[in-house]
Design a protein around this ligand. Structure first.
Ligand SMILES: Cc1cc2nc3c(=O)[nH]c(=O)nc-3n(C[C@H](O)[C@H](O)[C@H](O)COP(=O)(O)O)c2cc1C
Length: 329
């Protein structure tokens, strides 16, 4: 299979591999690492339009970027058309593309009639996407789930609405809100959406290996794959998808490579947020980078007891660089 570039509303993407928006994960340091491994497009975690219109400092922090990660997709969420449109006007300058969240299952968001709760209100979805379209000339995308629950699966209806209101592409994570992250993502729904729409369709859900990504592209005909949890501690997944797309073999990182990337990630985090937050945030990433290596469970326990960045670095150096480690992936 050839590596395919594709366009979203005039934004040319070099390959069909994009990084999923993930709250609490896809901060600037994480996105930079994934970009370095070849993701054509990276997304912020979801940004509250209410926070943007209130000029919330923490909210604007989420769209902090750097030239190395371009093009950046900014994902926003909200429930009121005018608030969402105003939020978009305030941040469009920071990203190359704006995405709207119609999938978040978290109670706090759903209670505010945003995220996946909107799937139950197609008319409001139309009003919001229309208002966003009028507010920005940037490429505009939406990210949806299959529906609210098994009795109300309506991704095709929402897809048609998004296209009619001017969305340039749509991402489907084919689980219902009721499913959360349980069960399997139903890739057949991605194929159905691709058949039904003219705009590009991005498939999201359960890509853990490079082979999975090629299978999704092949089985659904989607224009691009979105990589979420599979890349935790494993940016090599993205490089390996590109390897397979270009007819090259996949390869597993050595422990030394894992260490180098983990420490680069940590240093990006230090620059981004300072030492205190770096310890807190990087613990989970270091645990993920260690997955599959002998002794990783002891390493995880030590990491989670560590309160200083320098200690974290020493622990990582002695774990990944210590006694000979087999290359496991
Ligand atoms: C920790 C976490 C946070 C997430 N945050 C968001 C988010 O902010 N916006 C969004 O559209 N999807 C979010 N998602 C969903 C992912 O973007 C993706 O659609 C989903 O995880 C399925 O893909 P995967 O199996 O490759 O992880 C999140 C998922 C996880 C696991």
């Amino acid at each position: 299979m050839q590596k395919k570039c594709f366009n979203i509303g005039g934004l040319r993407l070099a390959n069909p591999v994009v990084l999923a928006p993930m709250a609490g994960i896809t901060s600037l340091p994480y996105r930079r690492i994934m970009k370095e491994f070849g993701a054509a497009l990276v997304f912020t975690e979801m940004v509250s339009c209410n926070g943007l219109v209130r000029d919330g400092r923490k909210t604007f922090e989420l769209v902090r970027s750097c030239p190395e990660e371009a093009p950046l997709g900014i994902q926003v969420f909200g429930g009121e058309p005018e608030v969402v449109a105003e939020g978009v006007r305030r941040i469009e300058q920071y990203g190359a593309l704006i995405d709207f969240n119609l999938g978040c299952p978290v109670s706090k968001v759903v209670r505010g009639e945003a995220g996946s709760a909107l799937l139950r209100q197609p008319r409001r979805v139309a009003a919001i996407i229309g208002a966003m379209r009028r507010a920005t000339d940037r490429p505009l995308t939406v990210k949806i789930r299959a529906g609210w629950d098994a009795a109300s699966i309506n991704f095709l209806e929402i897809g048609h609405i998004a296209q009619a209101e001017g969305a340039d592409a749509i991402t489907l994570h084919p689980r219902t809100r009721a499913q959360g992250f349980g069960g399997r993502a139903d890739w057949d729904m991605i194929a159905q959406l691709k058949q039904a729409l003219d705009i590009p369709v991005v498939g999201s859900g359960d890509i853990q290996t490079a082979e999975d990504a090629l299978a999704m592209l092949d089985r659904t005909g989607c224009d691009a794959v979105m990589i979420g949890r599979g890349a935790y501690g494993n940016p090599w997944l993205i490089a390996n998808i590109l390897n397979l797309l270009e007819g090259r073999p996949t390869r597993s990182p050595s422990p030394a490579e894992r260490l180098a990337v983990a420490l680069r990630h940590l240093n990006y985090h230090r620059d981004y947020a300072g030492d205190r937050k770096t310890v807190f945030e990087m613990r989970k990433h270091l645990c993920w980078y260690s997955r599959g290596l002998p002794g990783s469970s002891d390493f995880r326990q030590q990491v989670n007891r560590t309160g200083q960045v320098d200690e974290l670095i020493q622990l990582a150096e002695s774990f990944f660089g210590g006694e000979e480690k087999a290359d496991v992936c």
